[in-house]
Design a protein. Structure first.
Length: 337
């Protein structure tokens, strides 16, 4: 088989394996989601041991789903670097750029051969190209180039009980199902122990309170010194005496000073005496209380009086004489014309 034909066949097989990995990953994710509801029902029906067994299967499926996702990334890397596989040097050494993804795919192929049959076909093709010895070294991880997370996901033989218990707690919390975890298993969790110590810690002792009696006599106004008289048995607070001054402060007069009064203008008149009360007879109409009206008083000085015209009965002979003289002169002028 020529090198280019082998490379084209490898590219096709890698693409089919990638597509099948994607389909299987989605299908397993849906199955795990459905099984979570069944586990919540087991806990609700008081079948906790059966729920823990089902959770172990879910944990393994989650590990396998994570491994499939990582293998898809390694297959994408090989598809982008196929030219480096084709241009292999004459001494048969593998290019370092494809060595790590190739080692991870060859190591994970036996674990996923049941779900992805193309993984066996990829292994056989690399045996013909790189040799059986190199492929067997990758399958046994003698090169120590397999990803640690991929090793954890596919080579997990025993599921820790603490992880199973945490899965059950999270599933019950998401489904609103009450669940009490096993304290002997959860004791392995450091954070859970810290939380339990906080929850189970005894409450702090109450603070001492000072009880005062309201039946005690009030202290004298002169000072607050000394212990008071009898009471209802309660404690009494001692107040310090007021400080005494050698020279007391001076006493200031409270009388207001008298200021001079200036006559800046006419002063307003004093209000008049109140009007007499109304008669005691019946009142008609609405009973409206109106305030008493104060007569207006002009504060300005009086205006001087102007002499009046003489009455009509007085003698006006001087005025009549002047009028007759004027009429006579007017007649003389008209005759001259």
């Amino acid at each position: 088989m020529s090198n280019s034909k082998w490379l084209a066949e490898l590219k096709t097989v890698l693409q089919v394996a990638k597509a099948r990995l994607d389909v299987r990953e989605k299908k397993k994710t849906e199955q795990v989601a459905k099984e979570r509801y069944a586990i919540a029902d087991h806990v609700r029906n008081n079948k906790t041991p059966r729920a823990r067994i089902a959770v172990e299967h879910i944990v393994r499926e989650d590990y396998k789903i994570e491994a499939m996702d990582r293998l898809q990334a390694y297959i994408d890397t090989l598809l982008m670097r196929l030219q480096l596989i084709k241009d292999r040097p004459k001494n048969g050494a593998v290019d370092p750029a494809v060595e790590q993804p190739l080692a991870n795919i060859l190591w994970a192929a036996p674990f996923l051969a049941q779900d992805i049959p193309e993984m066996i076909q990829i292994t056989n093709m690399f045996k013909k190209h790189f040799g059986i010895e190199y492929v067997s070294m990758c399958e046994q991880n003698k090169l120590e180039m397999v990803d640690v997370d991929l090793l954890r996901c596919l080579s997990c033989n025993h599921i820790p009980k603490l992880l199973v218990e945490k899965y059950v707690i999270e599933i019950c919390r998401s489904q609103n199902v009450p669940f009490e975890p096993d304290p002997t298993v959860m004791a392995q969790d450091e954070f859970w122990n810290i939380g339990q110590r906080y929850v189970q810690a005894p409450p702090p002792p109450p603070l001492p309170t000072v009880q005062t009696s309201y039946d005690e006599k009030r202290p004298p106004p002169g000072g607050f010194g000394g212990n008071g008289g009898g009471g209802g048995g309660g404690a009494r607070l001692d107040y310090p005496n007021a400080p005494a001054y050698e020279n007391p402060p001076p006493n200031y007069s409270t009388t207001q000073p008298k200021y001079p009064q200036f006559n800046a203008g006419p002063s307003m008149p004093h209000p008049c005496a109140p009007p007499p009360p109304p008669p005691a007879g019946p009142r008609l109409g609405f009973a409206v209380d109106t305030p008493p009206q104060v007569p207006f008083h002009d504060p300005f000085p009086a205006v001087p009086r102007v002499p009046m015209m003489p009455p009509a009965g007085q003698d006006n002979s001087n005025e009549n004489d002047g009028f007759d003289d004027l009429a006579r002169r007017f007649e003389e002028l008209r005759k001259r014309k």
